[in-house]
Design a protein around this ligand. Sequence first.
Ligand code: DGT
Ligand code: CA
Ligand code: CA
Length: 572
Amino acid sequence: MPLSNSEIADIFNQMADMLEIKGENPFKVRAYRNAARTIQNLGRSLDDLVKGGMDLTKLPGIGADLCEAITEILKTGKFSKLEDLKKEMPEGLDKLLAIEGLGPKRIRELYDNFGIASLEDLAKVAKSGEIYRLKGFGPKLVEKILKGVTLAKKAGRRFRFDVAKPFADDLKSYLESFEGVIKVEVAGSYRRKKETVGDLDILVIAKNWEEISERFVQYDRVKEVVSKGPTRSTVILKNDLQVDLRSVAKESYGSALHYFTGSKAHNIKIRKMAAERGWKINEYGVFEGDKRLGGESEKELYRLMGLAYIEPELREDRGEVEAAMHSKLPKLVKLEDIRGDLHTHSDWTEGHASIKSMAEAAKKLGYDYIAVTDHSRHLTIAKGLDEKRLREQIELIDNLNEKIEGITILKGLECDILEDGSLDMPDSVLKELDIVLGAVHYKFSLSKKEQTKRVVKAMQNRYFNILAHPTGRIIGHRNAYDIDIFEVFRACKSEGTYLELNAQPERLDINDIYAKEAKEKGVKLSVSTDSHDPMSLSFMEYGINQARRGWIEREDLLNTRSLKELKNLLRR
Ligand code: DGT
Ligand code: CA
Ligand code: CA
């Protein structure tokens, strides 16, 4: 199977990183990064385009050299220039890139001065204090680095959902393509839509397990075969993701699916309930003594236990079993319930597409509205808008709305929350907007008390609507900043403001647990994508996964509402 666009973009980004660490020409570095971005946002697979005979040099940022590189990657699955570069550089150096606060330049410095090429080396030099000999390495940065090492070590063993997804999808259709296969399902944390998965647990019903198991270990992305047994086989893929394949009998399918979907805590609870009735539940079925009561479907299993069907996203032993007993399960929100996106960027700041094309893409998704929420001035790296440019954008959107049919563009801003809790835009402009998001983009390390005070003060501004990515965490890269989330919930209630569940797969912030707590406190959420291009509007799916894990129903969200209702909710 040829590599996907995002894998090819990854290769180019890695190339750019390595060149930068090496201290190569910045133009060369930028060329790879631009190409990666173009590829990521293509919307069609490069493989299809090449097979269709398209001249890739027509794409922005792709010249003859890169075109050749892409052809090589599609053909061989590898980029020889990157492989050579990796051989030339010490192994492990690239892992350091995951550490917040360390860019290619600093990594190079660390390598030149201390020979640091691994997370372990880095931690050693940081802990010993030797690191302070380098210019610009102060206690704050070093603390951040040490935290980063811990995170990176942990993250190395788990995969973000969106990273695992193409492999799960592809393996499923690969296995389904063989004769004798009756059913394939990916269970485990993947089925529960967790933000990260440790491995993939795939179940298969097949008449010819031997043969299917052989096909499985021959899958072209397998790096290593760990085991190949009579009911289970395990492989490691080239990206180090482990996959377990298990053979299941048709009559036990429901029980096996339930068992291997987990979570373990949920399973234990159900098993205990069964034991109290003198029954036994395992991956083969539900039994009373030797008598088999059922197990062919999950629905049947729950029915036998006197429970309503519990969606996989809820199975974490966070009250779902009790809720199922009393018919109090939430009616979880669905992707189809979403009527608009309330956090997007355009090429006025760091986005890559015009407002018009963002709106047209949103319309294609069937949305009724899309809010354009570019950055405010303080975020200079993103070309944040000042008062004058925001006023120009407002005028442009007013004009667009008169011409465009079938969708309404909301005038918005992702406004920086300054250190003192004031907003990075005068009220006289904010009041012209339909929607104001507030966000923390710097000073992450304030004390809990000060960070909370800062954010709550911002929320008290009468034009503030939604706190964007409320805890600032980035999965595997940056921890949440210290903030009293319950104080923030209270501010939402008292001020009539809302929280975002940011659907970017590396953010998914607020997380499932906070989403559930917010709901219990009566705080409403916006699940929005923070898109920087039309393709990323589809990240909504990841946000909805997280929302469902947080027990969120349609009524709990702002952007399931009609435009009229939404406008009412945004008026303070
Ligand atoms: P992961 O892979 O770390 O993201 O999380 P899971 O939930 O996929 O866990 P995994 O792959 O270790 O096992 C898959 C499922 O198998 C798990 O969710 C529940 C079930 N399971 C595994 N070990 C046990 C166990 O010791 N007891 C019970 N009741 N279930 C287990
Ligand atoms: Ca798993
Ligand atoms: Ca597993």
